[in-house]
Design a protein around this ligand. Structure first.
Ligand SMILES: [Mn+2]
Length: 251
């Protein structure tokens, strides 16, 4: 068993104009580099099929993408909300529920942290600039390429996220975790944190950028995009390595 690599299921993007599913290479490459095998999941699958897939796979990565439909967290669609994929929302919420029923490791990136929060009963800001008054309005849609960090994030000391970012979770502490530099390409963000989640990372304007879940084997959501940073940033690589490690432990 020891030389088998964990299988990490990845959600795909959905182009609602053409109905095509799209997978950019960044998350698969990061999972491969971290020692896992990325498995791209189908957008359209029955709940039974998803359940079977979940039982075979070892961990799950909810990737970035467009907005989540406001009805899913009990709101009307406000000015500032972007486009949505009803199919993708439905598939990912079903997948999250099934993955958590089977206690599989879960990671969410950008849309992924929001989807997880909504799936567990929390809410999000539909549009940060029009909904949040901020003394220091951070550019969460950064004006330069994704590979360049744009704002800092404070990580709660003693949290699972701090353990992962620092490398302690991997037994190879290789960077500081109190504050890290991240990229930012989102206009939505976690608002009310779901009851079972804990906010453990925050941007300088107060926007929540990370969540974890106590009483669960492994769950981390981050608002930034480590898949564009890992080649140069050990904090970003540690996130992928930790997901793979946690997934290996559930074999
Ligand atoms: Mn941000």
């Amino acid at each position: 068993m020891t030389n088998k690599k964990p299988l990490i299921g990845l959600t795909t993007s959905h182009d609602i104009r053409t109905d095509e599913t799209i997978q950019t290479p960044y998350c698969p490459r990061a999972v491969l580099a971290a020692g896992g095998i990325p498995v791209i999941l189908p957008l359209e699958a029955s709940e039974d099929d998803l359940r079977q897939l979940v039982s075979v796979l070892d961990g799950f990565l909810f990737t970035g993408g467009p907005d989540v439909h406001p009805f899913l967290f009990g709101e009307e669609t406000r000015d500032g909300c972007g486009s949505v994929s009803v199919k993708r929302d439905r598939m990912e919420l079903a997948l999250l529920k099934l993955a958590m029923e089977q206690r599989k490791p879960v990671m969410g990136i950008c849309r992924g942290i929001q989807l997880i929060n909504i799936g567990l009963g929390g809410s999000i800001y539909q549009d940060i600039p029009s909904q949040v008054e901020r003394v220091l309005p951070i550019a969460h849609q950064q004006p330069f390429p994704h590979r360049v960090p744009s704002h800092t994030v404070k990580i709660a000391e003693g949290s699972l996220l701090a353990d992962v970012i620092s490398g302690r979770f991997l037994g190879e502490e290789n960077c500081g975790a109190a504050a890290i530099r991240v990229n930012s390409t989102h206009h939505q963000a976690v608002r009310d944190v779901a009851p079972r989640l804990t906010a453990c990372a925050v941007a300088p304007d107060g926007i929540i950028e990370g969540v974890t879940m106590k009483d669960y084997p492994y769950l981390i959501g981050v608002q930034w995009h480590p898949e564009y940073l890992w080649e140069e940033d050990p904090a970003a690589m540690n996130l992928f390595k930790a997901l793979v490690k946690a997934s290996a432990e559930t074999f």
